[in-house]
Design a protein around this ligand. Structure first.
Ligand code: 13P
Ligand code: SF4
Length: 354
């Protein structure tokens, strides 16, 4: 790739501190939010990494809790006129691109993602122009403008089969922005791939030697790894996959203990599907480390009951996208959704009937 590429420095915010609440206060607040959702014909579309109270509320009110693939798909299947996306900004943008007639709101529009921030559209366009004979495949964690310059969008849950399919057609692939996921996909598929050098500040922090030590302490535990993690972490995994794949592993594998290398917001759903199993966070830089070293995405943490209630009262924080960009960004997303439908690939864990 071009050596002249100088990427922006990512400013990682501190985790927001939300006021403590008693169970009764929380219950009352959840009820007020439920009433507002009904009055406004709104549904919650939440990611597995957000606060457990939000995931529970989304489920209790008929919304969706899922990975980025299913979050994208879900908005197109509901009759609600307002989608409230509890996650990070690219998820809200994808919902708006697919559902221009719906109002798409987010508790905090500043909730971004280091992959998205580290792949500015203008530089990305120059990069693509250097490889005119390549098929451009971008990860969901990108801006609408970057998607608009791409041929395909993928999420972690569908990247492998899509790249396999493109490789079988003899396509050379330009991949952006997550280099770790890209290297993993290349290793499995053998595809001809050129990489943008982005990474996730949360997954980047998992530490290889500390993980080896932890595995020795828990020899019976299965190691579950999201493929945004560095290669040395992926190499130690028993299961590598999207958030949905990791939840499925906890629910269906025989092990009683799991070492989990992804954002610990996922523990809420893992506990729900397998309450008796023990979950251990894979080690990061440890105590005293910076905020990005805590296995919890600071941008996902910007979603909470408090700003959700404020949002429903004020109707701010609407996602808006330029129509030309939206129309171009729709094509790679729709391609992915059509591929998912054709190959029966889902982004939500459903328990198999016994
Ligand atoms: P999933 O699509 O696997 O949920 O991943 C989204 C994400 O941002 C992980 O950091
Ligand atoms: Fe982005 Fe990483 Fe946060 Fe996922 S966990 S939203 S990839 S910064």
């Amino acid at each position: 790739m071009s050596s002249s590429l100088i990427l922006p420095e990512i400013k990682v915010p501190a985790h927001p501190v939300w006021p403590e609440k008693s169970a009764a206060e929380k219950q009352a607040q959840k009820q007020r939010i439920k009433d507002l959702l009904v009055q406004q014909n709104a549904v919650l579309v939440a990611h597995y990494y957000v606060d457990g109270d939000l995931q529970a509320l989304a489920e209790e009110t008929g919304g969706c809790v899922a990975d980025s693939l299913e979050m994208a798909r879900y908005g197109t299947t509901t009759d609600a006129s307002t989608l409230i996306v509890c996650g990070v900004r690219f998820m809200g943008e994808t919902a708006k691109i697919l559902n221009p007639e719906k109002t798409v709101l987010m508790p905090d529009l500043a909730a971004t993602c280091s992959l998205d921030e580290g792949c500015p559209a203008e530089q990305f366009t120059d990069f693509c122009d250097q490889y005119p004979d390549h098929t451009v495949v971008v990860y969901a964690n990108t801006s609408a403008a970057v998607k608009a310059r791409s041929d395909w969008m993928v999420t972690s849950g569908i990247a492998l089969p899509i790249v396999k399919h493109l490789a079988s057609e003899g396509k050379k692939i330009l991949w952006a922005p997550d280099k770790h996921l890209g290297h993993y996909v290349q290793k499995i598929t053998g595809a001809d791939m050129t990489f943008w050098p982005g990474s996730c500040v949360v997954h980047e922090e998992f530490k290889s030697v500390a993980l080896q030590r932890l595995r020795k302490l828990h020899p019976d535990a299965a190691v579950l790894v999201h493929p945004e993690s560095p290669d040395e972490i992926i190499d130690q995994a028993d299961v590598i996959g999207s958030t949905t794949a990791l939840i499925k592993a906890v629910a269906e594998m025989p092990q009683e203990e799991f070492i989990v290398a992804t954002d610990d917001g996922i523990f809420w759903k893992m506990h729900q599907v397998a309450p008796q199993k023990k979950l251990i966070s894979a080690p990061t830089a440890g105590e005293g480390a910076t905020c990005e070293s805590c296995a919890h995405c600071p941008w996902m943490a910007m979603n909470a009951l408090d700003n959700l209630e404020t949002l429903l009262k004020t109707h701010g924080n609407e996602i808006e996208i330029d129509e030309n960009i939206r129309a171009d960004a729709l094509k790679p997303i729709q391609r992915m959704l059509d591929f998912a439908a054709e190959h029966n690939i889902s982004g939500k864990y459903k328990k198999e009937a016994p």
